[in-house]
Design a protein around this ligand. Structure first.
Ligand code: AMP
Length: 585
């Protein structure tokens, strides 16, 4: 009886979502009012002269658009303590480490109970729609979820990735139970201090509960692919553990060992069955349904930088549907996938008008203004003019601005989205890219600025020999498995192999984005490669652009060369004289 009461009423959730999205404009006004009433007395808003006003017009007139850089001093004060109502009235208790960096340091953003509540709201909304199409029974989920190493800020606040903050929250487990998506692994596995050990045990827990597994998921699709690539390496060891009922000795953490001991019993029949099934597969095609016969779908973020992993994921999934998870960030959630039957790479996200206040900077206009600036028609870089949630136009691209329940006001998220249509009166967004993103393999995000800082740091090593980096560029090589960063350098003279090896390691270590560092540690991103170019290579690139009609005065060296820029990539790769792989991790 108790179990039944906990199950989420999906029809009720859908009904509420439909009603709310039919009235998106009013819901947005109300949401802004609530945020401002709650936090009007916080220092940041006090100083902006709102004087108790909560309407969108006054809000836009008084509160400036900001980036993380602008808010960093406020967030740092929150992190350093002593506690004070700086961005929100109620004190912030947790800090999330967002992907991306500011000035070479990982980005801190505030996390609070209200953000947790909106997280659950979006989870429930997409679950309700998903469950209508792919109903799951009362079973378990094989979730490849991990906790970041917990740390404390100077002021004593807990700091971890946003997902860690969510998984640690007491509401999370209950909510998962309500969505019949309880993780099959014990907490000791989720919070294990070592990623490899955690992954191994997740796989083992999944196999032990194989008949009960209803879905396989992770936050980002690449973690699912990574997990099954690992399975290919360790499957016989997993079978041996199941056969004998004894955990491999390479799982060393006592808490993990004792939690796993409670689950493991000698089961030679299951070990034989898994062994037979794996041996019968051709190149591991259809591995997931073979291992988990009752799995209904595979779930994780699959758009944007995750798209390159879908081919491999489909290979493992066979005919099990892939469903993309929602759209959000450490700063706050944005939209839910309410059309789960759409192919994963075409997923759009319907904005929930009650989880934050949203504005959108039209990119077309923005580009036109920039052109105007360049030709001298306007010398003042005009403040972009964002439009409201219900004012966006189908087919147009926008940069997302978030006002969150966790103390971010008119915050430029840096994401570019395209409006694909409307669900009632709320837009359905397609994720396009990060506005400043240059380098990304999976969950890592490094901007032009991050690349520049890394190159500056490494170049110090050759400046000791009175040499300099004449010019540089970069490329993400996804042909290797795993993908890795390639940095191209043209240097002003001869440098010894020893020093260049050090430069290469230094470059690798200088990308401090949390996503990059964690992926490098587990080899989900391969060692960074430094390629030294023949003298004159960047001149060739300039000549190439001039040949296309570019003006020298406007020319900018492409700092990151994508696979579509074949000609420039050809020039770069055709002029490599030496290359080095990092041994920094
Ligand atoms: P983080 O800073 O680690 O919280 O990552 C948030 C960023 O990941 C967002 O700003 C997006 O750039 C990206 N992201 C999140 N959800 C999605 C999604 N559904 N599709 C594509 N990219 C996403």
């Amino acid at each position: 009886m108790l179990e039944k009461m906990e199950i989420l009423d999906v029809e009720k959730v859908i009904k509420e979502f439909e009603a709310m999205t039919k009235d998106a404009e009013n819901v947005q006004r109300e949401t802004l009012k609530k945020i401002l009433e709650e936090n009007g007395s916080a220092e940041y808003l006090q100083n902006l002269g709102l004087n108790g006003r909560t309407d969108p017009e006054s809000f836009k007139a008084c509160v400036p658009l900001v980036t993380h850089n602008d808010l960093e001093p406020f967030i740092q004060r929150i992190a350093d303590g002593p506690s004070a109502p700086i961005l929100t009235r109620k004190l912030i208790t947790n800090i999330s480490l967002s992907s991306g960096t500011t000035q070479g340091k990982p980005k801190f953003v505030p996390f609070n109970d209200e953000l947790m509540e909106t997280t659950l709201r979006i989870f429930r909304t997409s679950y309700a729609f998903r469950n209508r199409e792919f109903p799951i029974n009362n079973g378990k989920a094989l979730q490849f979820i991990y906790s970041s190493k917990p740390s404390r800020t100077k002021g004593g606040l807990f700091a971890g990735t946003a997902t860690t903050n969510v998984f640690r929250n007491s509401l999370f487990k209950n909510a998962m139970r309500g969505m019949q998506s309880q993780c099959c692994s014990p907490d000791e596995v989720i919070f294990a201090p070592d990623f490899h050990q955690s992954l191994y045990c997740h796989l083992l827990c999944g196999l032990i509960s194989r008949e009960e597994i209803q879905l396989v998921s992770s936050t980002f699709a690449h973690s699912i692919v990574h997990a099954f690539r690992t399975f290919e390496q360790v499957w016989e060891e997993l079978c041996a553990d199941i056969r004998d009922g004894v955990l491999t000795s390479r799982i060393t953490f006592p808490s993990v060992r004792s939690a796993m001991a409670k689950m493991l019993k000698p089961n030679p029949e299951l070990a034989d069955l898994i062994h037979r099934k794996c041996s019968g597969l051709s190149n591991w095609y259809g591995l997931i349904p073979e291992l988990f016969p009752n799995v209904k779908y595979i779930y994780g973020i699959m758009t944007g930088s995750m798209e390159p992993y879908l081919k491999k994921l489909r290979h493992y999934a066979g005919d099990v549907p892939l469903v993309s998870a929602d759209y959000g960030s450490s700063e706050g959630w944005i939209g839910a996938n309410v059309n789960p039957k759409v192919p994963a790479e075409s997923t759009t996200y319907a904005v929930l008008p009650n989880i934050g206040y949203f504005e959108f900077i039209p990119l077309k206009e923005d580009a036109e203004e920039q052109v105007q600036d360049k030709v001298g028609a306007s010398f003042i870089s005009m403040e972009p003019k964002p439009v409201g949630l219900t004012e966006v136009k189908v087919g147009e691209e926008y940069e997302v601005i978030v006002t969150s329940v966790a103390g971010l006001y008119r915050y430029r998220l840096g994401d570019v989205v395209k409006v694909m249509g409307f669900h009632n009166s709320t837009p359905e967004l397609k994720f396009i890219c990060r506005r400043n993103l240059m380098l990304t393999v999976n969950i890592d995000k490094n901007t032009e600025n991050d690349l520049q800082l890394a190159v500056e740091e490494a170049a110090k090593l050759i400046s000791e020999e009175k040499l300099e980096v004449i010019d540089f560029s970069s490329h993400v090589d996804l042909w290797t498995d795993p993908g890795h960063y390639v940095i191209f350098w043209e240097i002003s003279g001869e440098v010894s192999d020893q020093v260049l090896k050090e430069c290469c390691n230094c470059l690798d270590r200088s990308f401090v984005d949390a996503g990059y560092v964690s992926s490098r540690k587990v080899n989900a991103i391969g060692p960074l490669e430094l390629r030294v170019l023949r003298s004159g290579t960047f001149q060739n690139i300039l000549d190439h652009y001039l040949g296309l009609g570019a003006a020298v005065s406007q020319f900018k060296t492409p700092r990151c060369v994508g696979p579509t820029n074949q000609k420039v990539l050809q020039i770069l790769c055709g002029n490599v004289v030496k290359s080095y792989f990092s041994t920094a991790f």
